[in-house]
Every structure is written in C-alpha cells, then in structure tokens.
Design a protein. Structure first.
Length: 89
C-alpha cells in the first residue's frame, strides 16, 4: 500500500495522519487523508481543489508536476511526502 506522510510544518496547524492507501493516484491518496482529517484539505488544496502554491509533493523522491488534476500514479509501494515549501530570504 502507498504510504502518504505529511511533514512537520503542517503538523503545527492540524493533525497529519500517516496514510496507508491502495489509491492509484495522488488525488485519491490525498482524499483518504482528508477523510481522516477534513481540516487538512484547506492546508493542502486551494478553493479549486488544486495543490496550494506553498505545498510540494514528492512521490518516490520525485517532485510532482501536476498541481491541478493530481493524477500522478501511485504504485503499491510508493512513498509520498507532502510538505510546505519554504520561502524567504
């Protein structure tokens, strides 16, 4: 099962469950996490359901490029990391 983890930055604002999911796509995996904690959705997705500008997702060590449909494929053994991108100077 794919493992979806949220980094510590998001934990400051809400509970971030580690999800083991049989989801075939990133969106389905994220929906499984939102089912456990609905508040998490607002920190990860914007009002259109797209990945927020300050959120980055890595699947198996590679940054996702599809920020709109979130249809990146997940393998049964995928490791997904969701984090807030840091900015500033």
């Amino acid at each position: 099962m794919a493992r979806i983890e949220f980094t510590q930055q998001l934990r400051r604002f809400t509970d971030t469950p580690v999800i083991e999911s049989g989801a075939a796509t990133l969106r389905s995996g994220l929906e499984a996490a939102f089912a456990v904690n609905p508040r998490l959705r607002g920190y990860v997705l914007d009002d259109q359901g797209h990945l927020r500008a300050n959120v980055v997702v890595f699947i198996d060590g590679r940054r996702t490029t599809d920020r709109v449909s979130l249809n990146d494929s997940l393998r049964p053994d995928s490791q997904v990391h969701v984090l807030q991108a840091l900015s500033g100077g």
